[in-house]
Design a protein around this ligand. Structure first.
Ligand code: GAL
Length: 647
C-alpha cells in the first residue's frame, strides 16, 4: 500500500487510511495552534521511508532505524526512556512494574533523535516492535553469525526497524519532521493544542488530607500549617468528601461537610484552593445515576456505572452537576482517579458501550475525556484549573492535569519525569510517607522540583513536619519552589506557546551526548543468557525550565556522580563553576538541598516575599523572557500577556 502524505503545516503531514476515522485528538477536542506551527521553517527528509501493509484486520507500518538513531516516546515509561529493542502493546492501565506499553499515558507517538516523530492518532490499541525481528523479504537483511564459533555474535543485528501494528481498519497518521528532537516534540505538542498553562496558584504547595477528614479537621490542619509557618496553596479532599464512594455519588457528605460553600469560602479567604477527588464510576445513591444508566457500559465497576464519556450528552450531565454543586461554589479543580485500571476491576475488552466504540477505545480515552469534561466547565467560566489524573493520551497536552500513580517507587518517579516530556504529559512524584527522615526529605525535595509539589496524606495522615528533624529542610525545599514560581510559570508559558516541555530528559536539550557509553554485556546463564547490552541513559537528572538541571539524590545517598552535558555549568546555590561536558563526583550532606546546576549565561528570576531578584550565572550577556499575565483566567488566549525581557 502507498502512503499519501498531505502537508498541513511546515514539517507536519497527515495520511488518512479508511473511512469514519476516530481519533484521540478529536476525542480530546485538541486543535492545532496553527499560527504558531506556521512559524516553523520547513524540515525536509528527516523521516525514513515508511511502508505500510494490511495484515488481517490490522494496519501495519514499517520504517528503518538508522545508524546512531535513538527512539523515545510511545507511552509513559518508568524504567527507561529509550526504546531499544522494546515491544510495547499500548493500553491504558496502572503501571504494573514492566515497561510493556500498559501505562497511564500510552500515547502512540514515537520520536527519533534524528528529528522526526509519528503520531498514530487512534484510540484503538497500537503495538510497537522496536528493533526486533527481521522479515524474510527484507532487502538488506543482516547476515546470521554462528554463536558457536563467532565471538561477535549478538542477539540484535543492524539494520533494525520499527514495526507498528494498529488494531483498526481506518486510521489517521501524523508525521512530524523538524531540525531536532526537541523541535519535533514542540511540533507534536503544538499540533495537539500547546501545553497547559496552570493557574499561578497551581504551582504552589498542595496537601491532600486523609480519606475521611471532616471540614473541622481540615480547618485544624490549616491552623497547624500556619503554626509551622508552612506554605499552603491547595487542599485536596479525598473520597470522604462524598456521601458515598467507590462508586461515587459526586455529592457532598452532609455529615463531614455540612456547609461546603462556607468551608470553601473560608479557605479561599486565606488564599487556599480546594481540589476534589473523584473517580469515573457512578453510584446508585447518586442523583446522576438515573440520568446516566442508559448510556453506560454493559459492565459495572465497583458495582457502579461506567458511563460512556465519549458521548457529549453523557459529559453534559456530569458537567451540569459539577458546575452546580462544586465549581460554582468555588471548587478549584479535581483529582481524576482510577480512570486507568487495573484489569481486575475494570470492564473486559469485549464489554459493550452505547457509542458502539470498542471497550479498548473507551478505556484508552477514559482519562482523556474525564479531563476534557471538567476542563470545559472551567474554561467556559474563564477560570483556570489544575488537577491530577491517573490516565491520559495523545491530545491531552493542553489539559491542566498531571499524572500520578500508586507505585511510590523513588527511581520510577524520577524516570517518569524524564519520560513525560516526550509524549505531552506531566508527572507528579507525590510524597506520601517515608521509612526515615532522609527519605522524607529527598521525596519532598523531588516533589518541589516537579509539576506539582504535593503531599498526598490520604492513607497515612502525614504532615510536612512529620519528621521534625528535617522539618526546616522540608520547609526550605518548598520555599525554594515558591521562589522559583516566576521561572516555572514562564516554563509553562513556553510549554503553551512554544510546545517546550517544562520538565524534560537531558537528550531533548543536548542530544545523545552519551553516544559512546553502551553498557558492556555480561554473560549470565539466568540474568543475561542472550548477552543483551543496553545503552546507558540518564534518568536521574532532568531539565526544569530553560536553564536549570535537577540532579536527583536518592534517599540514603551521600555521594554521586553527575553527568554534565556539553557547556559550562554552575552551582545554583553558590554560583560556583562546576565543569563542562564531563562527569563530576559530589558529596551530598544528609540534609543538603537537591543539587541544581545552571547553564552558562542563565538569567533566573527569584521571588522572595514581595521582592523579585534576578540571578545571573556564569558569563554576562544572557537574558530571560519573564512571562506575565493575570495568573487566573484565560485572558492570555485573548492576547493579554507579556514577555518581559530581563538582561
Ligand atoms: C487511590 C489513589 C490515591 C488515593 C486513593 C483514595 O487510587 O491513587 O492517591 O486518592 O485512591 O481512595
Amino acid at each position: 500500500m502507498n502512503i499519501n502524505w498531505g502537508k498541513i503545516f511546515p514539517g507536519i503531514s497527515i495520511c488518512k487510511l479508511g473511512e469514519n476515522i476516530d481519533t484521540l485528538t478529536g476525542l480530546a477536542g485538541a486543535m492545532p495552534q496553527a499560527e504558531r506551527l506556521n512559524c516553523f521553517t520547513e524540515s525536509f527528509a528527516k523521516a525514513p521511508d515508511i511502508s505500510i501493509r494490511r495484515v488481517d484486520d490490522k494496519i501495519t507500518l514499517k520504517m528503518p532505524i538508522r545508524e546512531g538513531e535513538y527512539i523515545y516516546g510511545a507511552g509513559l515509561k518508568f524504567r527507561s526512556v529509550q526504546n531499544e529493542h522494546k515491544v510495547l502493546h499500548l493500553k491504558v492501565d496502572h503501571f504494573g512494574g514492566v515497561d510493556n506499553g500498559r501505562t497511564h499515558a500510552p500515547v502512540p507517538f514515537h520520536v527519533s533523535s534524528t528529528g522526526y516523530g509519528l503520531l498514530i492518532d487512534t484510540p484503538e490499541s497500537v503495538s510497537y516492535y522496536i528493533g526486533t525481528a527481521h522479515r524474510q523479504d527484507e532487502e538488506n537483511k543482516p547476515i546470521p553469525k554462528n554463536r558457536n564459533t563467532d565471538s561477535n555474535w549478538q542477539p540484535f543485528n543492524a539494520p533494525e526497524h520499527i514495526e507498528i501494528a494498529i488494531n483498526a481498519d481506518s486510521v489517521k497518521i501524523v508525521l512530524f519532521e523538524a531540525e531536532s528532537l526537541l523541535e519535533t516534540v514542540q511540533k507534536f505538542n503544538l499540533f495537539c493544542g500547546g501545553g497547559t498553562l496552570p493557574p499561578r496558584w497551581g504551582l504552589g504547595f498542595w496537601h491532600r488530607t486523609p480519606l475521611k477528614s471532616t471540614a473541622d479537621e481540615v480547618m485544624e490542619l490549616i491552623r497547624q500549617f500556619r503554626e509551622h509557618d508552612f506554605p499552603l496553596d491547595v487542599i485536596g479532599l479525598e473520597p470522604g468528601w462524598q456521601s458515598s464512594s467507590y462508586p461515587c455519588t459526586c455529592e457532598w457528605s452532609k455529615e463531614r461537610f455540612p456547609n461546603p460553600e462556607k468551608f470553601i469560602k473560608t479557605l479561599k479567604d486565606q488564599n487556599i484552593r480546594v481540589n476534589l477527588w473523584e473517580n469515573p464510576y457512578i453510584s446508585e445513591c447518586s442523583g446522576l445515576y438515573k440520568k446516566l444508566k442508559a448510556n453506560s457500559c454493559s459492565h459495572m465497576v465497583w458495582c457502579g456505572l461506567a458511563p460512556d464519556y465519549t458521548m457529549p450528552e453523557v459529559r453534559a450531565v456530569i458537567q451540569e452537576q459539577h458546575e452546580r454543586e462544586h465549581i460554582s461554589i468555588g471548587i478549584s479543580g479535581y483529582k481524576l482517579d482510577e480512570s486507568d485500571g487495573f484489569d481486575s476491576w475494570l470492564w473486559p475488552d469485549h464489554a459493550e458501550f452505547p457509542s458502539k466504540r470498542t471497550a479498548v477505545a473507551v478505556r484508552n480515552t477514559y482519562g482523556l475525556l474525564f479531563q476534557r469534561m471538567t476542563y470545559e466547565v472551567f474554561h467556559k467560566r474563564d477560570q483556570r484549573t489544575y488537577g491530577l489524573t491517573r490516565s491520559t493520551n495523545a491530545g491531552g497536552v493542553g489539559m491542566p492535569y498531571v499524572l500520578y500513580n500508586d507505585c511510590y517507587d523513588f527511581d520510577e518517579y524520577t524516570t517518569a519525569i524524564c519520560s513525560c516530556g516526550f509524549i505531552g504529559a506531566l508527572w507528579c512524584p507525590e510524597v506520601r510517607n517515608a521509612k526515615n527522615a532522609n527519605e522524607w526529605l529527598r521525596r519532598f525535595q523531588m516533589a518541589a522540583l516537579s509539576p506539582v509539589a504535593m503531599l498526598n496524606a490520604w492513607a497515612d495522615g502525614t504532615e510536612p513536619w512529620s519528621y521534625p528533624e528535617v522539618a526546616a529542610e522540608v520547609r526550605a525545599a518548598v520555599r525554594l519552589r515558591q521562589a522559583l514560581i516566576p521561572y516555572l510559570y514562564t516554563a509553562f508559558a513556553r510549554y503553551h506557546f512554544d510546545g517546550i516541555p517544562p520538565f524534560r530528559s537531558l537528550v531533548m536539550d543536548f542530544g545523545n551526548f552519551m553516544d559512546d557509553t553502551a553498557d558492556k554485556a555480561e554473560f549470565d546463564g539466568t540474568d543475561n543468557p542472550y548477552l543483551v547490552a543496553n545503552r546507558k541513559e540518564v534518568v536521574d537528572q532532568y531539565m526544569m525550565g530553560e536553564s536549570i538541571m535537577v540532579v536527583v539524590v536518592k534517599p540514603g545517598q551521600t555521594e554521586r556522580s553527575i553527568i554534565l552535558p556539553p557547556g559550562k555549568w554552575y552551582d545554583f546555590y553558590s554560583g560556583r563553576y562546576v565543569g563542562d561536558g564531563e562527569v563530576i563526583s559530589i558529596h551530598i550532606g544528609e540534609n543538603d538541598p537537591m543539587p541544581l546546576f545552571v547553564k552558562d549565561k542563565a538569567v533566573i528570576p527569584f521571588q522572595e516575599d514581595d521582592k523579585l531578584t534576578i540571578r545571573r550565572y556564569g558569563n554576562p550577556g544572557g537574558s530571560f523572557l519573564l512571562y506575565e499575565d493575570d495568573g487566573e483566567t484565560f485572558a492570555y488566549e485573548r492576547g493579554k500577556y507579556n514577555f518581559r525581557k530581563l538582561e
